[in-house]
Design a protein around this ligand. Structure first.
Ligand code: AMP
Length: 196
């Protein structure tokens, strides 16, 4: 059974950090739509030029564009044993599209959806802390606030979407990197057992 993982959670929840660790540990690709869009911007591609101003303000890239990027990525051979999808889906339309993409690549249900739970105040502190280190244009105080609003309005409803399907597991994401990873590993071990 492939290990198909989705990570949900607000900006600053640690999805990227944990996504990388999970992917390295399981030997599956880390598919991070934010990273993919930033790479397109840095490379100055046509897609990058289309999305640059959207990323700068912290709005969501239109669903059609985002879905196509993910469809192309998940269709690559290296996802055969699974993937860690981080930052996608972020809208209900994207979640529904993901179901169609999974069917296209002959997959059944996702193995697990991890809901990284962290209070807004902690997310803000973390994002402000990394602002100087990573130099992201959307890590300014007002953009951080705005991105959290976008998360609560557009992406948080996905928690219920996946909970209703019985594949959602909450993660206490306000702890240290090591503590969170250890909780995630336990959840993944259980998910793999029930799926095999
Ligand atoms: P992130 O690195 O996940 O915080 O994403 C950075 C930015 O990329 C977001 O603020 C959006 O502008 C864009 N982005 C990333 N993933 C998506 C998505 N699934 N849907 C729409 N926009 C996205």
């Amino acid at each position: 059974m492939p290990l198909d993982i989705v990570i949900l959670g607000p900006p600053g929840a640690g999805k990227g950090t944990q996504g990388k660790l999970i992917a390295a540990d399981a030997g599956i690709p880390h598919v991070n739509t934010g990273d993919m869009f930033r790479a397109e911007c840095a490379a100055g591609t046509e897609l990058g030029e289309r999305v640059r101003s959207i990323l700068d303000v912290g709005d969501l890239v239109p669903d059609e564009l985002t879905i196509e990027v993910v469809r192309a990525r998940l269709g690559q051979d290296d996802t055969a044993r699974g993937f860690v999808l981080d930052g996608f889906p972020r809208t209900l339309a994207q979640a529904e599209a993901l179901d169609r993409v999974l069917a296209e690549i002959d997959r059944g249900e996702l193995s697990v959806v991890l809901d990284f739970q962290v209070a807004d105040e902690i997310a803000v502190q973390r994002l402000l802390g990394r602002a100087g280190v990573e130099g992201r244009s959307d890590d300014t105080p007002d953009r951080i606030q705005y991105r959290l609003e976008v998360y609560h309005e557009q992406s948080e409803p996905l928690v219920e979407y996946y909970r209703a399907r019985g594949i959602l597991v909450g993660i206490h994401a306000d702890r240290t990197v090591e503590q969170v990873f250890s909780e995630v590993q336990q959840v993944l071990a259980a998910a793999q057992q029930s799926g095999s």
